[in-house]
Design a protein around this ligand. Structure first.
Ligand code: SAM
Length: 359
């Protein structure tokens, strides 16, 4: 058979898959609606109910709720009893869809679909002309990112991520200087500041909106050992015992300069704890990654693109472990260990120390 002649079975199978992709993509948007309207949370606490009862319990318009329920039933998310016209969200599904599910809640992540849709036309243009998009093209990003990462930090930061670094919890309890770069809305810093009141925390980001939200949270929670500043992470000043970067480096316009600035800002026995996407730098090794298509899409629509928007490196979401290790070494981190934290399957944690630093 010539390479140009299609294999009919393969053709039919793929055609079926494209239909499934369309259906699943639409279900993704409907799932985002279910999250934002609180419908999944409401349904998780209800017996099998009519659309009117569900709408009433959620405080929503019945006609919209009924249409959404239709999509959820045909998509296999919600069970339907046609005799009684009652809908039920099985607990096994609620475990992946409700706020109570914490980091297992996939419904929150679906909000990124619409975020990507908001810039689609500009991305099409960028394919033609190159370049990227400014952060201002994503007005909802900071809040969405903060919501998503809080799901992990609330559960895993103090009890799962800090203990990855031997002795770090003790040092934080005793009192050290810590810096979080690309802090976004600063929730990670506020959690650590509250858990370790003897330590002094600084969070920096280039987003004024993010820093404003971070300061507001600290004030709201009465946290006085955390401060936040609008600073470019490639231009750090001060000396720190701990620097953290959570899901930041691959977005940056100047990642190499930032890693060098971090190395320069660390005290001799300081540690850089870098959380970044768990993936390989080799495309062929990512084929079986359970979230690979989502990662490449997030990269195309946001991570790579904001970096290119500043004329930057455009590393992309899937820069991968091999590139991360190489760049850390080039920045002067002579010792790098890579670990994973329980409760955070999406990231790898790099424990990096400068050349000559004590392990
Ligand atoms: C994916 S978000 C991660 C935010 C936060 N660390 C979290 O885990 O939720 C990346 C952050 O890096 C920030 N950022 C991008 N370029 C930066 C730069 N040059 N200096 C400091 N922050 C930067 C963005 O504004 C954004 O808040």
């Amino acid at each position: 058979m010539s390479v140009r002649e299609p294999d009919p079975a393969k053709q039919e199978e793929f055609a079926g898959r494209t239909v499934q992709v369309l259906n699943d993509a639409c279900l993704g948007f409907m799932t985002s609606l279910g999250h934002q309207t609180g419908l999944f949370d409401t349904m998780a606490g209800l017996e099998p109910s009519t659309s009117a009862e569900i709408a009433d319990a959620a405080g929503l318009n019945e006609r919209y709720v009924r249409e959404w329920l239709g999509g959820m039933v045909v998509g296999g998310f919600v069970e339907y009893d046609p005799e009684q016209a009652r809908y039920r969200l099985p607990p096994e599904h609620a475990a992946s869809l409700t706020r109570a599910a914490g980091p297992e809640n996939m419904a929150g992540l679906m909000q990124y679909l619409a975020l990507m849709g908001e810039v689609e036309q500009q991305i099409v243009e960028a394919f033609r002309k190159g370049g990227g998009l400014p952060y201002s093209a994503y007005p909802r990003f900071q809040a969405l990112q903060a919501e998503e990462s809080a799901r992990v930090y609330d559960l895993a930061l103090v009890d799962g991520i800090v203990p990855l670094v031997p002795g770090l919890a003790d040092r934080l309890r005793a009192g050290i200087d810590a810096l979080d770069i690309g802090t976004g809305e600063g929730h990670a810093v506020n959690i650590l500041a509250r858990a370790f009141p003897a330590s002094r925390f600084t969070g920096v980001d280039i987003s004024e909106k993010g820093i404003g939200a971070a300061k507001a949270e600290a004030a709201r929670r009465g946290i006085d050992n955390a401060r936040f500043e609008v600073v470019d992470s490639a231009e750090l000043t001060g000396a720190y015992d701990l620097v953290t970067a959570f899901d930041v480096i691959h977005d940056l316009a100047r990642p190499a300069e930032t890693l060098a600035a971090v190395a320069g800002a660390l005290r001799p026995d300081g540690i850089f704890l870098m959380g970044d996407i768990a993936a390989s730098s080799r495309l062929e090794e990512n084929v079986d990654h359970p979230l690979a298509p989502a990662l490449y899409a997030f990269s195309t629509f946001y991570c790579m693109t904001v970096s290119l928007g500043e004329g930057g490196a455009g590393l992309g979401t899937v820069w991968g472990e091999q590139t991360a290790r190489r760049m850390l070494a080039e920045a002067g981190f002579g010792s790098v260990e890579v670990k994973q934290a329980e409760g955070d399957v999406l990231n790898l944690y790099y424990l990096a120390r400068r050349d000559g630093a004590a392990a």
